[in-house]
Design a protein around this ligand. Sequence first.
Ligand code: HMG
Ligand code: MG
Length: 305
Amino acid sequence: PTDNKVRIVEVSPRDGLQNEKSLVPTDIKCELIDRLRETGVKNIEVTSFVSPKWVPQMSDAGAIMSHVRGFQSGSEDRGIEYSVLAPNQKGLDAALASGVKEIAIFGSASEGFSKQNINCTIDESLQRFRGMCEKALKQGVRVRGYISNMCACPIDGLVDPKSVVRMTKEMLEMGCYEVSVADTTGVATPDQVHRTLSAILDAGVPANKLAAHFHDTYGTAVPNVLVALSLGIRTFDSSVSGLGGCPYAKGAKGNVATEDVLYLLHGMGWETGIDLQKMSEIGTWVSEKLGRENGSRAGKAIASM
Ligand code: HMG
Ligand code: MG
């Protein structure tokens, strides 16, 4: 049966690393991708073609993509899809030139964060994304959409689900194959997540067009995964060892840890195709390399056995 399958999008090389204070050497990023390729994961978000002034950590996007291109063709890609973030036409052009097959556009359901993250209003962003989708799709490149601040914004406070619904519909209309709805700062509680996701589904968006992207600041990310799962969502974004953080929200933590999500899902009988043991070893390795504490509870438990 296909109804016990869950798809994991491993976002650690991008979301996990983009806020690391000191520049992570390109070699380490490439090794992280190489190691992730051995786990069975089928979707890896590898880098961003954003302004190096805004996010210096991602300024080696071209080098990361040339590494990925090395195994992207032929059987070496192992059926793995590699995606990159692009904020505007300039980023899209650079991404296309680097040979990407999938890009992700990213907007915010709140105005304050839209301004702070991509320096434009929600309406301006949607207009920009429309042009980007047109160009990417024409070249056979898939587009994924992200919506930040699904429940609350670090600048504007609580977010009206209507704004998330509107953006989801527009992003799908312009040709995104999927929209990943994000709790950017990891503040949402399960009832809030339920309300926002239900609003999107009630507006007629099929659950298989949605992904959920939870950050884990207050310990609600795993419960939030369960809520999304109960509503029919089968794609989750996560980072090995819970890497990451948000520059615009003090104390905000990384993505929900892939190991924690895998432990939950596998224990409940869901299949991800990913080897939890191998993923945990990567969590231990990358935490050591970056000199930070392993942010995965499951990963730490497995490492101590
Ligand atoms: P801007 O300053 O308004 O851009 O930034 P601009 O068009 O006025 O250009 C200013 C300068 O940047 C120019 O260079 C451009 O060429 C250059 P100058 O003439 O001054 O030398 N530039 C670029 N360079 C490289 N690549 C580009 C690019 N675009 C312009 N693509 C911009 C607007 C969108 C570029 C900027 O705000 C930006 O890069 N923002 C990205 C911020 C970011 O990466 N945030 C993190 C990712 S989103 C996220 O983490 C949320 C997510 O995980 C989901 C969730 O958890 O919520 C996805
Ligand atoms: Mg994120």
